[in-house]
Design a protein around this ligand. Structure first.
Ligand code: NDP
Length: 326
């Protein structure tokens, strides 16, 4: 039988946590044959919600779910962790400056990085979902010097999935017809969804759509989809964020097959993105590790947009450096 994997979810009492946990228990994170031991980390005021979710997980009688433990102790939560899903973060409150937000998150992700460094399994993989996700991942990695930086990633898969879905709808094809799409940069409104290497049933997408549609409709629609969901639903996206979380980890562990996807990973300097920044790239998962897809040509249209998003990541890194968080 396959050995059970320890999966830690932070902010497990929150909305995304609730949408995520049952799907993890059903085998959609790692595979239908991989037993799971869940650890739910919360801050004290979130513990009741997490305990409630744990009771419902119990009631699901999931064959793969071997145990569920709820704690507010990061050291306990990350002991032996194989997959860490860092969902809980400090949302920007009214009147909160960006530096305050980064500092509040530094106080969350720094200690979690130290706990991962101290206790995680050798194969630990970490996905940061909580915003500002890229910089939170950078902070976490900085506090875990014994864990390879490539194990700390941030989620742009929801942006990727949104872009695929928008493009498929525009071209009136199934999502499975689309390949070669990339989200570059920060998981923020500055992100750049790039279709210049994308194909629809093997045909270049760029032959079918104009630059003005890209600039005026597609790119802002994808980048602002989160706000659109809030406007329509009255609350931020939850189910789709949980779904993308599963997609990211499933592909990381099981491979991407022939195509590629998007994930924010530590830059090795590829495409002029300063080394060490956690930035979104076109990536393949091979042998359980993300590899940046190299050698794609980038025209002026793309270059300017990638540079703008990367500049925002550089600023965030400088801000957390100035605060002593990395
Ligand atoms: P959600 O579960 O809805 O969201 C959690 C985080 O995911 C937020 O930071 C949110 O950022 C982020 N996120 C990233 N991408 C998306 C997306 N596409 N759509 C929506 N959210 C996205 O928040 P809740 O407030 O319901 O729950 C958060 C929980 O985390 C609470 O229970 C809280 O107690 C807990 N928490 C736990 C901590 C810990 O374990 N140490 C630390 C801090 C909080 P954004 O706000 O920008 O949308």
């Amino acid at each position: 039988p396959t050995e059970a994997r320890n999966v830690t979810v932070t902010g497990a009492g929150g909305q995304i946590g609730y949408a995520l946990l049952f799907r993890i228990a059903s085998g959609q994170l790692l595979g239908a044959d991989v037993p799971i031991k869940l650890r739910l980390l919360e801050i004290p005021q979130g513990l009741n919600a997490a305990e409630g979710a744990a009771l419902e997980l119990h009631d699901g009688a999931f064959p793969l779910l071997q145990s569920v433990e709820v704690t507010d102790d990061a050291t306990r939560a990350f002991d032996g962790v194989n997959v860490g899903l860092l969902v809980g973060s400090r949302p920007r409150g009214p009147g909160m400056e960006r530096a305050d937000l980064l500092e509040a998150n530094g106080r969350i992700f720094g200690p979690q990085g130290r706990a991962i460094n101290a206790g995680a399994a050798d194969d630990v993989r970490v996905l940061v979902v909580g915003n500002p996700a890229n910089t939170n991942a950078l902070i976490t990695a900085a506090h875990a010097p014994d864990v390879p930086a490539e194990r700390f990633t941030a989620m742009t898969r929801l942006d990727h999935n949104r872009a695929v879905a928008q493009l498929a709808a525009h071209l009136a094809v199934p999502v499975t017809s689309i390949a070669g799409l990339t989200i570059w940069g920060n998981h923020s409104a500055s992100q750049y969804p790039d279709v210049f290497h994308a194909t629809v049933d093997g045909r270049p997408v760029i032959d079918l759509v104009g630059e003005s549609w890209l600039a005026e409709t597609f790119i802002p629609r994808v980048a602002n989809r989160g706000s659109e969901i809030i406007r329509v639903r009255g609350a931020s996206s939850v189910g789709s964020a949980a779904s993308a979380t599963l997609d990211h980890v499933f592909d990381w562990v099981n491979g991407t097959g022939s195509g590629w996807t998007s994930a924010a990973v530590a830059s090795d300097g590829s495409y002029g993105v300063p080394a060490g920044l956690v930035s979104s790239f076109p990536v393949r998962s091979v042998g359980g590790a993300w590899r940046i897809v190299e050698g794609l040509e980038m025209g002026a249209f793309s270059r300017a947009r990638v540079d703008a998003s990367v500049a925002e990541l550089v600023e965030e890194r400088e801000a957390v450096r100035a605060l002593g968080l990395i």
